[in-house]
Write a protein that binds this ligand. Sequence first.
Ligand SMILES: [Zn+2]
Ligand SMILES: [Zn+2]
Length: 408
Amino acid sequence: MGKELNNEGFVKKMFKKYYAEWEGEPPKDFNRREFAFVISRKGEMIRHKAFEEWGEVREFLRKNSPLHVYYSSAYYAQPSASDMDAKEWMGADLIFDIDVDHIYTPCKERHDRWTCLDCNTSGRGMPPEACPKCSSKRVEVKTWFCEGCLEVAKEETTKLVEDFLIQDFNFSPREISIVFSGRRGFHVHVESDVVKELDQRARREIVDYVRGTGLVVQNGKRRVLAPPLNAGGWPGRLAKGVYELLNAGDIEGLLNLRRGSKVEEVLKAIVKGLEESRDYWPLEGLARKIWFKAVEKVIVRKRCEVDERVTTDIKRLIRMPGTLHGGTGLIAAKVHLKDLESFDPYVHAVAFVKGEIKVKVLNMPEITFLNQTWGPYNDEVVELPIGLAVYLICSENAIVVGEGDENA
Ligand SMILES: [Zn+2]
Ligand SMILES: [Zn+2]
């Protein structure tokens, strides 16, 4: 038996175990949605499935224990039609994807590696769009999701949900679900009649708003009005951000300003203006210059790094909450907003918590899994908790060497 078959057989067995007792909740109007599955590693995606009864979905999962389970963010009159136009689009949820793959985190220099498949050039950190040596786009990446990455993903998700969706857009927390993506981020689903029929252009505007795109700082000589601290939306967000920034210690470093009595005076005036002002008030000269410098910084801090392709796609397939991610064996678990801060995927999204198994780990940095620290490992046979072994095998960082007692 080849090693690969062994690995795949092991993963299949574990997934089967998971889906045997799976009791996931149906998404809203599930019978209007398209479902899609990837059953095996080399198999193609099975699309255009639709189900009338939720029990049929459970039965399908039990029978096939797929590696990946998706459903459409869209609702269709004919969800099982294989022609996209024949499906008759009726609307779609508003979906956001916050994925550390697309967000810079400094820790990637430590734990991520990329290799050009054509010339073998390799490097650490975020992969380049094309190989810097031969321009090939066939760049392979080996990535990990560490505590630093998790913190960034949580911060972005909290900003999105609290500052934008609830505060600015006035969605009720009941219309918003946060779901661990199963790998390196979170999906945010908004199920609301208000968003259902929004077209791509409208969704793009939402993305631009959330990402702070187009809040361009103008360089003309015109007078600029500073918003009051309690203004709604971006104006208030900018005012508060500038206020926090100017009250922080390191103005010289942050704004690249040489401190002098004149600058000092203007800084004080801006802070005082923000504290006292109940309305938009004018900024001129040096005050205007400082304001712009500060605003540029504030936008970067307060905007939210969502993947625009996901939100603007009105026929997107999205991983179904509660199912397993075939690339990690972790659960795409729903997370309540109040639990997001303490959410740890290597505890709360672990599907297999009992038993150990021996595996050959090809490569793994130090990982804290189920509250215990493991590794780093390099080409060695070790006995690991079964959930961590599944994670490493699914992500192609380990191979099965023997069947342990996973029922222990
Ligand atoms: Zn290359
Ligand atoms: Zn990291």
